[in-house]
Design a protein around this ligand. Structure first.
Ligand code: ZN
Length: 263
């Protein structure tokens, strides 16, 4: 008799003997963590464009839609800043997330570089100053859709927004690191680290907030992958795993909610 034959009933016995991990009565009462998903660009703001014509706004929306499924399966509630091809002003996106009482803000974008060889994922959190040269140019591209905020209260609003995210910068960095780590595993890339840049979309979020440059749309190989539903699914599952890891290491209210969510 080979050991493999013995192993199967042994493992089934183990599974059968374990006590159930979920307590339905408690789960029903537990508040679910809410993730605000922000698909970059939209409407007339197409974002970056791949060599084969893929538009960043469409690729970002496809990732966000898949992400909402994997997050729901993992026990999270989801709220969208845009669920279709419309342009939502950058400063309205964090406000929508704040009003929905979201616990995290995840903005999904695609990177573009002059070099077609640039590849992989980069996760950013807010910098209140300019950041390094590369990070600043990525932010400048992403902020281009912002134009000027209407109304005379824009300066005051800007200061209040900076204060909103400032309180969460440490958590935002921890979230960025958790998601980046998983994405590096997916891409088999070691060298890409978390970066900080002055993204307008993150400024007003009163919660941990990151911007994920999911892949390089300017890289023909990555553009092709982004058109593949199976890859988008893997990307979504990977980001979800990073979010779960973040909450597993969270403290205070977020920790209590996470424990209730994943019981
Ligand atoms: Zn973008």
């Amino acid at each position: 008799m080979t050991p493999r034959i013995l192993l199967v009933p042994f493992l089934s016995l183990l599974a059968w003997g374990q006590s159930p991990k979920t307590a339905p009565a408690l789960l029903a009462a537990a508040p679910r963590l809410k993730i605000a998903l922000d698909a970059g660009h939209g409407g007339e703001d197409t974002g970056a464009k791949g060599a084969k014509g893929l538009l960043e706004k469409d690729a970002a929306l496809a990732i966000v839609q898949e992400l909402s499924k994997t997050l729901d399966e993992a026990g999270f509630d989801v709220v969208f800043t845009r669920g279709d091809d419309t342009l939502i002003p950058l400063w309205d996106r964090a406000r929508l997330a704040n009003e929905a009482g979201a616990d995290l803000f995840i903005s999904i974008h695609l990177n573009a570089a002059r070099s077609r060889a640039a590849k992989g994922s980069e996760v950013y959190f807010l910098s209140l100053d300019r950041g390094d040269e590369d990070a600043a140019s990525v932010a400048a591209l992403e902020n281009a859709g912002a134009s000027t905020r209407p109304g005379a209260d824009s300066v005051v609003a800007g200061i209040l927004e900076d204060m909103a995210q400032k309180a969460y910068l440490q958590d935002s960095e921890r979230l960025a690191v958790a998601v980046q780590l998983q994405l590096n595993r997916l891409g088999g890339i070691k060298e890409r680290g978390v970066k900080q840049a002055p993204f307008v979309v993150l400024r007003g979020a009163a919660m941990p907030a990151v911007l994920v440059e999911s892949a390089f749309i300017s890289n023909p190989k990555e553009e092709l992958k982004l058109k593949d539903a199976a890859f988008v699914k893997r990307l979504a599952a990977t980001i979800t795993q990073g979010i779960r890891r973040y909450f597993a290491g969270a403290a205070g209210t977020a920790r209590r909610k996470a424990v209730a969510n994943f019981r």
